[in-house]
Design a protein around this ligand. Structure first.
Ligand SMILES: [Zn+2]
Length: 346
């Protein structure tokens, strides 16, 4: 090689080295900025904080099983980095969980739970979102996707995406309050209720708890528009329910249903059947469940889902001709606020 050619070759090599160096630096950076999302999964409770603890179950163990399955499934998608706040039976404060999410610059924090209600009335799935600004918009859209999975995969009853402010005007739930403070979007996913026979079949094995984790991962993948070669799915541009961001926090429904009226349309003494007609309304969050009593409120039917988008229904109930013949209906809104109807003798 003559000196001129050698010089040229050196220059070309130098240029190639620079080009390669630039591309190897800039490509991952571009992916980080535009394509890679970071999510943090928080298995609720842990350590001495057991969570719900009905006979045979400990919530902190259930949430960890679901979270591990969620992480494993989510990692089958491209462009996502997944962290857990705990992968052992560790005791963490709610603040520590939120700080952890902030430290990795999480695009979303998912706190996984299993539910119980104080009076053991309620069943179904629900998601709690932060109540302010864009975090509410994000939480609502993501929450609906979780609930869609639970309804379509398992037939669970959806109790909706909800918000709750405490007396101070901040988020009522600690994990949402701590995340909000750090600017991290977060939701609480309450998969189902552990104290109601309606939901009993959805969590009674490790496989079912893992199935929830897979559904959770799918909901996240749909929210972020992820694709997976392994799973052969592409959720880019998956539709979301968009609510409008409000400057003031969205406030929970603090009032019970406004209307609950009952009339007896007919009774059939021979077949011991009673037809009752119920009109009910809750202008804030709608009617969610109803229950009826045939003995003036002494005993109650199981809670029934109120058909959505209707304000009245006629139902046939088995009548009892005991000493107290009085029909009464209880209706509940999305926030478990209850109104009793008038009682009608039959
Ligand atoms: Zn919990």
């Amino acid at each position: 090689m003559n000196p001129v050619k050698r010089q040229m070759s050196k220059i070309i090599q130098l240029i190639l080295t620079i080009v390669l160096a630039i591309s190897s630096i800039s490509m991952p950076m571009r992916a980080e900025a535009k394509e890679n999302i970071v999510v943090v999964i928080d298995p609720g409770h842990g350590g001495t904080n057991l969570g719900a603890n009905p006979p045979g179950y400990v919530e902190k163990e259930m949430t960890l099983i679901t979270a591990l399955a969620m992480k494993e499934e989510l990692e089958k998608y491209q462009g996502v980095t997944v962290y857990l706040t705990r992968n052992t039976d560790a005791e963490l404060s709610l603040e520590q969980r939120a700080v952890m999410a902030k430290s990795v610059n999480a695009d979303f924090l998912y706190s996984l739970h299993y539910n119980m209600s104080a009076n053991h009335f309620f069943y179904g799935s629900e998601v709690w979102a932060q109540s302010t600004g864009t975090n509410y918009v994000k939480g609502y859209a993501q929450g609906q996707l979780f609930l869609n999975e639970f309804v379509s995969n398992y037939g669970l009853f959806s109790r909706g995406v909800k918000v709750k402010l405490g007396k101070s005007g901040n988020e009522y739930y600690g994990i949402l309050r701590q995340s909000e403070k750090l600017g991290v979007p977060a939701v609480i996913v309450e998969h189902c209720h552990l104290d109601h026979m309606n939901d009993a079949n959805y969590y009674n094995s490790t496989e079912k708890l893992q199935a929830f984790g897979k559904s959770d991962a799918t909901a996240v993948a749909k929210y972020f528009g992820l694709s997976s070669q392994v799973l052969a799915v592409d959720y880019s541009n998956y539709p979301k329910t968009l609510v409008t961001a409000s400057a003031t926090p969205k406030v929970q429904d603090l009032t019970p249903p406004e209307i609950a009226t009952l009339s007896v349309s007919s009774r059939n003494v021979t077949n011991k059947k009673l037809n009752i007609h119920v009109t009910a309304a809750d202008s804030n969050t709608g009617i969610m469940y109803y229950a009826y009593s045939k003995d003036g409120g002494g005993s109650w039917s199981a809670l029934q889902p109120w058909p959505s988008a209707t304000d009245n229904l006629t139902i046939e109930i088995p009548a009892s001709y005991g000493p107290t013949r009085s029909a009464v209906v209880a209706v509940f809104n999305s926030y478990d606020g209850m109104t009793l109807s008038n009682a009608v003798a039959y």
